[in-house]
Write a protein that binds this ligand. Structure first.
Ligand SMILES: *Cc1c(COP(=O)(O)O)cnc(C)c1O
Length: 371
């Protein structure tokens, strides 16, 4: 019986050709023609003036926050139902993430819960487009503007998603993407920040490149970082971006087949889609309501695992994790939607080489999983 992995990159286009081209040119560090080409093409995809390649998504978040001058003692509003990098990047600046519950209609940060969490220390909001579904950006931007806060979109899981017809990554002050191996577009490791403001772009590029003065080599006016992305990674990304629409289109078909095959199973729920959302088909999500389904989420995952199907549980809410739980308890966080989803959700295998019979096999295991 073949094992069905939970994720796998689609490298079936020009990836090999471009990597060889980069390798043979001997431009393997962060200088080389693929870097600028990738940045231009990715900016076009996210509808922003510019995109800056960064070594990974976590560092892209950190770079965004450094660019916005986040300082020790500051607070940033983030969802707790996210990958830990969203909160860690805030900590890297010495600032503190303040966790906000998610909206059951989007599974993203709940705009109605922001107002009550804003203090004089609050500097910004990081909505996460969770599992590819865009957060309600207009509502978030409205509240942020009223309080003088910036907004950084964590779009790591949401390549090509649209919010009211507009591409994610260009809806806040800065957008952040990841190109980790399991993301929709990948270079193995990689990331990008997307933005419109030329002054912020200049600052982000300065900080990414060790702080070196662009007009004076080996002179460093500020403490910078080496967060650059390599020409090799950008070669892969150029091939990925060329086929971005195609990669996403194939995943949409997988999503449609899953929805059909998993329809009307008592206790199995799907990710909601807001009427204004065009989500990115990242990893297919289901929720398990134990009473109605007859088996727990973890029980279903074990059952699928026994039958060669790899899955992954939803994120453990960040406010429950050791680096954050003490602060969270002191604040008296109560995040019921986050806790409910964190305990009941899982991702099913989603990758482009998946064939219909793989999807059907996973679905029939879920359907027959009750005993
Ligand atoms: C993947 C991911 C990141 C971090 O990206 P890396 O490239 O793995 O560092 C950040 N935020 C979210 C929501 C992610 O899913």
């Amino acid at each position: 019986m073949k094992t069905i992995p939970v994720a796998e990159p689609d490298l079936s286009g020009n990836e090999e050709r471009y990597v060889l081209e980069a390798l043979r040119s001997s431009w393997i560090s962060s200088t080389g023609p693929f870097v600028g080409r990738f940045e231009a093409e990715f900016a076009r995809l996210s509808g922003t003036r510019s995109a800056i390649g960064v070594a990974n998504g976590t560092l892209a978040l950190h770079l965004a926050l450094l660019t916005l001058d986040l300082h020790p003692g500051d607070e940033v509003l983030v969802p707790s139902l996210t990958y830990i990098a969203t909160a860690n990047a805030v900590r890297y600046c010495g600032a503190e993430p303040v966790f906000i519950d998610v909206d059951p209609k989007t599974w993203c940060i709940d705009p109605a819960k922001l107002d009550g969490a804003i203090t004089p220390r609050t500097k910004g909001v990081i909505p996460v487009h969770l599992y590819g579904h865009p957060a309600d950006m207009d509502a978030i931007n409205r509240i942020a503007a009223a309080h003088g806060l910036w907004v950084v979109e964590d779009a790591a899981e949401a390549h090509l998603a649209r919010y009211r017809g507009r591409a994610v990554g260009g809806l806040g002050r800065i957008g952040v993407f990841s190109f980790y191996g399991n993301k929709l577009l990948t270079s193995g490791e990689g990331g990008a920040v997307t933005l419109d403001d030329p002054a912020l772009e200049q600052r982000a590029r300065l900080l990414r490149g060790q702080g070196v003065d662009p007009d004076r080599r080996y002179f460093f006016p500020v403490t910078g970082y080496n967060y650059r992305l390599t020409n090799l990674a950008c070669a892969i990304l150029c091939a990925q971006v060329e086929r971005a629409e195609e990669i996403v289109a194939r995943r949409r078909l997988i999503f449609t087949r899953y929805r059909e095959a998993l329809r009307d199973i008592p206790g199995i729920g799907f990710q909601p889609t807001a009427p204004w959302a065009e989500p990115a088909p990242w990893l297919f999500c289901i929720t398990v309501e134990e009473k109605a389904y007859g088996r727990s989420r973890d029980g279903l995952m074990a059952w699928l695992g026994e039958h060669g199907v790899d899955t992954r549980p939803f994120f453990v809410p960040v406010h429950r994790l050791p680096p954050y739980r003490e602060q969270s308890m002191l604040r008296g966080d109560d995040l019921p939607e986050t806790d409910r989803l964190g305990a009941s959700g899982l991702n099913l295998p989603t990758y482009n080489r998946m064939i219909d019979s793989d999807i059907d096999r996973v679905a029939s295991l879920v359907r027959g999983g009750v005993r």
